[in-house]
Structures are given as C-alpha cells and as structure tokens.
Design a protein around this ligand. Structure first.
Ligand code: NAP
Length: 263
C-alpha cells in the first residue's frame, strides 16, 4: 500500500514501538490518527515533530482500551474526523511470572487490551474498510505468541490469540481489497522490554534476551506495510529461535528448560 496521502490509525502511539511507528509513517506523508490512553501524553512538540517529518494532519483520540464498551463509539468519532486506510493495533500490556503468582486484575486488564480491544477494533475498522473498498489491519503480536516461554503463560496466550485472529482474518479477506499484516515483534528496547526483567527474571535466566532499537523495527514494519507483506519477522538469533521452535519443538523446549527455575 502506498501510504502517501493516506491516514493511519494506531493505538499506543505516544511511546515505545507506537511512537517509532508514527515517526516512520509521517516520513511517507501520511496523516496520523493517534489513539492514546491519555491525551496529555501527546505534547504539542510531538505533534509538531510528526508534522515536520511530513504528516499533513495529526489527530489525537483519547481511549482507554480496557473499556470495550466505548470502542465502537471511538471508531465512529475517528471516521467523522478523518478516513483511515490503515489500523495498527499496537498498544499492549505485559504480564509475567508463574501463573499462581500473577495478579488476577492485571491478567484481566491485559486480556481487555491485548485480546478484546484488538478483536473489536479490528471488527469495527474492518466494516469501514469494506465499505470504502480498501484497508489494512496491522496487528502487533510477539515472538512470544509462538515461542511460549515458561513464566509468560497469560501474555504468550494473548499474543497467540492475536496470531490466530490475524491468520484467520487474512483468509477471510482473500476476495476483498482489505488485507492484514502480522507483526512477530522481537525484543525491542522500550519500557515494556525493561519490564520483562522485573516480571520474568525470578524464574528464567534472561542472558539470551536481546533487543533492537524501536526505530529499526518500525522501519521494517513500515516497509512490510508498503510491500503488502502478510507477516513481518525478526532476523538474527530471535529469527533462528522462531525457526527452531516451529520445526524442532523438542529441541527448543529442552533449551528453554535449562533457563527456567521455579524457585
Ligand atoms: N518491546 C518489546 O520487546 C515487545 C516485544 C514483542 C511485542 N511487543 C508488543 O508491542 C506493543 C507495543 O509495546 P511497547 O514495547 O511499545 O510497550 P510500551 O513502551 O510499554 O508501550 C505500551 C503502549 O500501550 C499503551 N497502552 C497500554 N495500556 C493501554 C490502555 N489500557 N489503553 C490505551 N493504551 C494502552 C501505552 O499507553 P500509556 O503510555 O498511556 O501507558 C503505550 O502507549 C505491545 O503490544 C507489545 O506487546 C513488544
């Protein structure tokens, strides 16, 4: 998809991978519809920066994604202000630790954001995209949705859901001019990446964990959008891990077992 002159709607656009993505997308002269939990997390300087990079318009919409009941109204509000051709479901929450130790409220909130909001926003935007005859839904999963490490049960399950949703949707949309892109996001240096250490280190040695800068991943994702790829995956050690897990699951499991300790 040629992004020039189009509008891209994206959740979690104020920081981390979302902020890197909107900066990269602005360079394509696309307008941006930023969907953020708190409007004040987007400063006038940030809007100015995106405009200087090339975005003709920057819209900001406030939405707590854990409030499923207001998502349909949000989409109506967005389409009153602009006409997005791309939705990027980027926002997410991380949970971790042994299942019996995880906080039940945190699990529920994570599922609201990582699973429920991704499903409903995909549905509401899809209806609009089918009406307008063009669109793309980009879903930010994780390599953890496939490489299901111990101590990541609920988070890994939420990202496996995103993979299942997007792969099934891709097949439903074959005869249409709407398509999908699935992000198998690797370790990316953001606040969430730092939080992996807090949530996982007690039970799993993280010496194998590596990260790439958010700008590098954003470049790769935006190129995949432009080339209408259906998936974007990491290369290097994480890319190798994905292949090992898929084709040699027992070897992968044995390797992971050497890193894990319950106490
Ligand atoms: N970083 C990694 O290593 C990595 C690896 C694989 C996948 N991912 C995925 O990539 C995506 C972005 O992660 P990141 O690393 O950029 O994380 P981050 O720096 O922690 O940013 C998370 C974003 O999600 C937003 N968000 C969280 N809860 C929300 C809610 N209830 N309503 C609205 N927005 C909410 C946050 O908004 P506030 O600023 O208002 O909190 C923030 O913009 C996530 O889906 C994550 O699972 C990340």
């Amino acid at each position: 998809m040629n992004l020039q002159g189009k509008t891209v709607a994206i959740t979690g656009a104020n920081r981390g991978i979302g902020w890197a993505l909107v900066q990269e997308i602005s360079k394509r002269k696309s307008s941006i519809a930023m969907i953020v939990r708190k409007k004040e997390s987007v400063t006038p300087e940030m809007i100015q920066e995106l405009k200087e990079k090339g975005a003709p318009e920057v819209y900001v919409f406030e939405q707590d994604l854990s409030h499923a009941e207001s998502l349909e109204g949000l989409v109506e509000e967005i389409f009153k202000s602009c006409t997005p051709h791309v939705l990027i479901n980027n926002a997410g929450l991380l949970t971790g630790g042994l299942l019996e130790e995880q906080d039940a409220k945190e699990i529920q909130k994570m599922i609201q954001v990582n699973v429920v909001a991704v499903s409903l926003l995909s549905q509401y935007f899809l209806r609009k995209f089918l009406e307008q005859g063009e669109g793309k839904i980009v879903n930010n999963a994780s390599v953890m949705g496939e490489m299901r490490f111990p101590a990541s049960s609920t988070y890994a399950a939420s990202k496996a859901y995103v993979i299942g949703l997007t792969e099934s949707l891709k097949k439903e949309l074959r005869e249409t001019n709407v398509n999908t892109l699935l992000m198998y996001t690797p370790g990316v240096k953001t606040d969430m990446f730092d939080d992996i250490h807090n949530k996982y280190e007690k039970h799993i040695d993280l010496d194998f964990l590596s990260s790439i800068p958010a700008e590098d991943w954003a470049k790769k994702v935006v190129q995949a959008i432009e080339k209408d790829h259906e998936e974007v995956k990491p290369t290097g050690a994480t890319g190798f891990g994905l292949i090992l897990n898929r084709h040699f699951p027992r070897a992968f499991e044995a390797l992971v077992a050497t890193k894990f300790h319950r106490s």
